[in-house]
Design a protein around this ligand. Sequence first.
Ligand code: ARG
Ligand code: ZN
Length: 871
Amino acid sequence: MRAEQPQAVHLADYRVPAFLIDHVDLRIELFEDCALVHSRLNIRRNPADESQARDLVLNGEELGLESLMLDGRPVENHRVDEGFLTVPSVPEHFHLDVTTRIHPRDNTRLEGLYQSSGMFCTQCEAEGFRRITYFPDRPDVMACYRTRIEADREAYPVLLANGNPVDWGELEDGRHQVTWEDPYPKPSYLFAMVAGDLVEKRDEFVTGSGRTIDLRMYVEARNEAKCEHALASLKKAMAWDEEVYGREYDLDIFMVVAVDDFNMGAMENKGLNIFNSSCVLASPETATDAAYDRIESIVAHEYFHNWSGNRVTCRDWFQLSLKEGFTVFRDNQFSADMGSPTVQRIDHVNMLRTAQFAEDAGPMAHPVRPDSYIEIANFYTLTVYEKGAEVVRMIHTLLGPDMFREGSDLYFARHDGQAVTTDDFVRAMEDASSRDLTQFRRWYEQAGTPELRVTDAFDAESGTYTLTIRQSCPATPGQSHKEPFHIPVRMGLIASDGEALPLDAEQNTETVLELTDTEHSFQFSGLAERPVPSLLRGFSAPVKLDYSWTRDQLMFLMSRDPDGFNRWDAGQKLAVDVILSIQQGRDTEVDPRLVEAYRTLLTTPGLDRAMVARMLALPSTAWLIELTDEADVAAIDGARHQVEQTVARALRDELLQVRADHHPGGDYAFEPGQVAARSLSNSALALLTRIGDDQGRDQALAQFDQATNMTDRLAALKALVDSPFSQEREDALARFHADWQHDPQVVEQWFAAQSGSPWIGNVNRVTELLAHPAFDWKNPNKVRMVIGVFAGRNLTHFHSPDGSGHRFLGEQIRRLDAFNPQISAQLAQPLTRWRQYAPHLRDSMAGVLRELRDLPDLSRDLYEVVTKSLG
Ligand code: ARG
Ligand code: ZN
């Protein structure tokens, strides 16, 4: 147990800052073993602060205070406590000069200023700036920054910070300086600087108003050939934001930097976005289609933050979803416009329903706008990001695209340069549309996934069909009772001949039902027969929907629903029912209708191949666990495996035909047609090798040798890894490593192919990977690819009935917590849902959590996760 218990911060305790800072002048001297940070702050009392505090309190962590002057005179009566610097009785206006000494080389938490493979870089969100200098490190203190960086010219020829370069030159002892000025006031979490020996790739973008923006990407020389896709994505994102939201870029330079050691995906620092290498670097030979797709959306996400996050930022960290929910919604819209909207939506909802629903049903459940936290880094969650995006999407659905755009215009106009709340966002949407979103606001305040229970009745005499929908929401920590939500349900009705039925006098065949009460009935008249309902099209609300479709109805919807998302979802529901019936002993054989439905998909000409690939993928073990109380993972896995083997054996000829017909040749392009063809062909390959098919094995070996891109090469490798062909598998793994050991992003994939494999990724294998020379404890990507993928994706072995997987994770978390608490707390996530599992698994997971809780020097981050999980 920790010596002192970390305290929670509450939204209800929010007070405006006592002091405001108009200007920050930084001079940062970089040396090999330390950095000196000289900061001059222009400070004035905040007229809006009613407390009229006389003492200035600044945040600071792990800082050596070298000097402190107020209006040019040394301060003597200050106090330095754990986390704070207090200067008593300061005047109305003054300037404060602070010099701190920090140690970027020893900064293993990767928060603040740190070193990553020889370069210096920063990560300040949420509370990293206080690890650089003393400052009121909260997002509602916005200032203009001028940053001068000094370093050895040879080792660090490139020196970057936010804004525009305004001065540069030589200094003594082979050192040089570059000074940057950012004219836009910003919170400290958007501060960034970089120093390194980096190559620069240049491009440009001409804005709608005719300004030419310099685009610059900075990477290590070995990555020079991996910049093209990110720059192309950036230009698309810039054009899209002008077209769809009317938002133009506001500085003359936009910079992107890739760093290897990074706790998260990327960071939207003003004018200087910093990325995890794996979320920005790509070439056809080294990155898969999935990586290309991820990079396109993350580059766009960070760029979009320039308006939704930087120009308009968060008042406090409880409002994190103000910028993240809205920006994820924006990047989803962008990705939909760049490729197939339906496939994009399917992939997104699949992730939301498995991972975010699990979070919402577990002990860490919190509202999109949380009420309290112990460590804010733990609240960069799927709820804040993904559910937050769904909430914005529902506003878009309720208002329609035109009103939504008026609402966003009003939001940006009204709050430009301000730090605001989610409520301000909703109010702008209300004011622009004259819609009342009072009840809708509960989506921000109440945690938990609502459940819709749908029943129906058909009166043949009058031709009236009645749908009755009851909503409820389970209790979550601190919220035992929930008020009804305002829920948009997009739907349609389908006749037995597949015809979409008119729903109203205007002959519309699709409508949005708005639920506001606990129970609502909707009537549709003039129908000749009982229709099949198609509900929650496009997943119009983040809810669980329960309606007793028959298997025949689901098969009908799989081919006849006009909504592509619902076609996929009907297939998922059918497969879930088939798998869980086998697991629970209600069926002994796999329902042949499932096989026939898949056969139809594989043989119907003209279907979108990306859709067919998604529809052929059985529901994941994670989703099946989510749908089961007291989940017995081995039993669920066994049933899923039986269904997969039956389906793949029965469809062997069709799968081989897919392979013959659909594999794209020629040069690689990240283009929807090619991506779809690869994904279907590689899905077929995986199924063939999994049933031990010799032809499948030969094709995998040939593809592994001959592939000209990483999508196909890695797909072949994984097909062999997850197959009974043990000799071929080990040969391929060894060759893949020998060929790619020089490239960290590819080695990450090599690790994940093993740690994530239900066939080979057991505790012994994963333990070996930790001892591999390419594994590096200090590199979060390697840690995630081995330990995170094992615990998060390889549920077969993580939930090994003997508890070895759980204990393994506990040991690694303990080790990591000593030097990178953000990562240890992230890795503990899979343990938090222990109550969802069968007794033997539950006990072993809780046991590991208790051991962690009782450790002497637990970090705040991990403390919050384990105590809330057990509480
Ligand atoms: N704002 C960044 C993004 O969503 C994420 C930063 C997360 N940082 C953290 N310390 N949790 O793009
Ligand atoms: Zn973001």
